[in-house]
Design a protein around this ligand. Structure first.
Ligand code: GTP
Length: 405
C-alpha cells in the first residue's frame, strides 16, 4: 500500500511549473502513441477475426456475431484511429483505447448471450483475455487499467448467469481462474507503470545533472580565463587565443602585440594605498577596453602591465601603432590624478608586429614588445615605442614609414 501511494505521489510532484504526470505524458507522447496504434491494429485484427471462431464454435450466433461486432464495434474502431491523430494528451488517447476494449467486451458478452449451444460455457473462458488486454497489452496508466478491468469483471460476471446451462458451480469455476488473472495482470500493470515512471524520473534527473554540470563547466572555463580584478582576459585566455590563431591555417596569422605599463605605479600605490591602486588599474582596464576592438584580446598580463593582441590581417603596421597611440590617449583622457608626479596617470606602450607562424611564438613577439616598452620607459614614459624585429615583422605596406606616428 505504501509503494502504491509512492507512485501517485511521484506523479503529482512538481518539476518547475508542471507536474511529473504532465511532463511524463508530453515527453513520452510520441513513443506511447506509436505503441498504442500498433496494439490497436493487432487487437482489432484479433477481435474481428474471432467472428470466425464464433461461427465455428457456436454456429447459432453467426448472424448475431457478424452484425454486433461489425456494426457496433467497427465504426468506433475507425473513429479511434481518427482520435489518435488529434492533439490531445496521450492519457486521453489511452483512455479511449481502454473504453474501446470495454465496448468490445460488452458486445462479445451480448453475442454469447444469444447462443443456446452448451459449448458457450467453455468458450466463455476466452473472456478472461479482456483482462489481459486492459492491463498488459494496452498497458495504460494503472488507474485506467483498474477501472477498465472492474468494468470487464462486472460485464463477464453479470452475463455469466444468463448463459445457457450456467449454474453457481460453473460461476465458481470461472471465478477461480478469472480472479487470479484479474489480480495478477493488474499487479503486472502496476509494476510496469511504476517502473516506467521510475526510469523516466531517473532520466530527468540525469539530464538535470548534465545541464548543471555543463553550466558549471562553462562558468569554470569563463572564470579560468578572466582576471578577477579587472574582468579582462588573463594570460591563459591570451595563450588560448594565440594557439587558435596559430592553428587557423586559412586566416592570416599577422598580429600586433601591444604591451602597456602604468607609469610610476609604485609611487601611486604608496601615496594612495593599495585599494585606490586597484581602482586605478580597473579604470585603466576600462580605458583599454574602450580603445580596442571586439576582435582584440585585451588582457591583464601581470601586476600593472596589460597586453593587447591585435589580429591585424586587414590592417597594417601603421594602424597597430595608431591603436597603441589611441590606447595611451584614452588613459590620458580619463585623467586620474597622480599626486606624487604632480600630474595624471599615464602609460608607456611597446608595440611589436609579427606573424604567429611555425618559427615565431607568442613569447618571441612579447619579448620584442617588452624591449619597445622599456625603450618608452627610458625615453621618459607616457609614449609609444615600437620594435622592428626583422624575423617577426612583416614587410611594410606601400607608403608606410618606420616612424608612422
Ligand atoms: N594596487 C595594486 N598594485 C599592484 C598590483 N600588482 C602590482 N602592483 C604594484 O605595482 C607596482 C609596480 O611598480 P614598479 O614595477 O616598480 O613600476 P612603476 O612604479 O610603475 O614604475 P615604472 O613602471 O618604471 O613606471 C608595485 O608597487 C606593485 O606592488 C595590484 O594588483 N594592485
Amino acid at each position: 500500500m505504501y509503494r502504491f501511494s509512492v507512485y501517485y505521489q511521484q506523479l503529482s510532484q512538481r518539476l518547475g511549473n508542471v507536474t511529473v504526470r504532465d511532463l511524463y505524458d508530453s515527453d513520452r507522447h510520441d513513443e506511447r502513441l506509436r505503441s498504442l496504434k500498433r496494439i490497436t491494429v493487432w487487437l482489432a485484427t484479433f477481435y474481428f477475426s474471432y467472428t470466425l471462431v464464433d461461427i465455428n464454435l457456436l454456429p447459432d450466433i453467426t448472424l448475431r456475431s457478424v452484425l454486433l461486432r461489425g456494426l457496433i464495434v467497427g465504426p468506433p474502431t475507425i473513429m479511434l484511429f481518427a482520435y489518435y491523430q488529434r492533439s490531445v494528451s496521450i492519457r486521453r488517447k489511452e483512455l479511449a483505447g481502454v473504453c474501446q476494449a470495454c465496448l468490445g467486451t460488452l458486445v462479445w458478452c451480448a453475442v454469447l448471450l444469444g447462443s443456446n449451444d452448451p459449448n458457450v460455457l467453455n468458450y466463455f473462458y476466452a473472456g478472461l483475455v479482456f483482462f489481459l488486454v486492459l492491463t498488459i497489452v494496452i498497458t495504460p496508466p494503472f488507474e485506467y487499467s483498474l477501472y477498465g478491468s472492474l468494468f470487464v469483471f462486472a460485464c463477464l460476471y453479470t452475463t455469466i448467469w444468463f448463459l445457457e446451462g450456467a449454474n453457481a458451480r460453473y460461476v465458481l469455476h470461472h471465478l477461480s481462474v478469472g480472479m487470479p488473472v484479474l489480480v495478477l495482470s493488474l499487479m503486472a500493470n502496476y509494476r510496469f507503470s511504476a517502473e516506467s515512471l521510475r526510469l523516466y524520473l531517473e532520466k530527468v534527473s540525469v539530464e538535470q545533472l548534465r545541464e548543471e554540470l555543463a553550466a558549471r563547466n562553462a562558468e569554470l572555463e569563463r572564470i579560468s580565463c578572466i582576471d578577477p580584478l579587472t574582468d579582462l582576459a588573463n594570460r591563459r585566455a591570451l595563450a588560448l587565443r594565440a594557439k587558435a590563431l596559430k592553428r587557423n591555417v586559412s586566416a592570416s596569422r599577422r598580429v600586433a602585440i601591444i604591451l602597456i605599463d602604468v607609469d610610476n605605479f609604485k609611487a601611486y600605490n604608496d601615496y594612495y594605498g593599495h585599494n585606490e591602486g586597484d581602482s586605478c588599474l580597473c579604470a585603466v582596464a576600462n580605458a583599454l577596453r574602450s580603445a580596442c576592438d571586439t576582435n582584440d584580446v585585451v588582457c591583464r598580463y601581470g601586476g600593472e602591465e596589460f597586453l593587447v593582441l591585435h589580429p591585424n590581417e586587414t590592417s597594417s603596421f601603421k594602424s597597430s601603432l595608431l591603436l597603441a597611440e589611441s590606447i595611451r590617449q584614452y588613459v590620458i583622457d580619463i585623467a586620474i590624478p597622480h599626486q606624487p608626479t604632480n600630474g595624471i596617470v599615464s602609460v608607456s606602450v611597446g608595440v611589436c608586429c609579427g606573424s604567429l607562424d611555425g618559427s615565431t611564438s607568442l613569447q618571441t613577439l612579447i619579448k620584442s614588445a617588452d624591449e619597445a616598452l622599456y625603450q618608452a620607459k627610458r625615453e621618459g614614459r607616457n609614449r609609444v615605442c615600437h620594435n622592428i624585429h626583422s624575423a617577426t615583422c612583416p614587410p611594410l605596406a606601400p607608403g608606410e614609414t618606420m616612424n608612422p606616428l
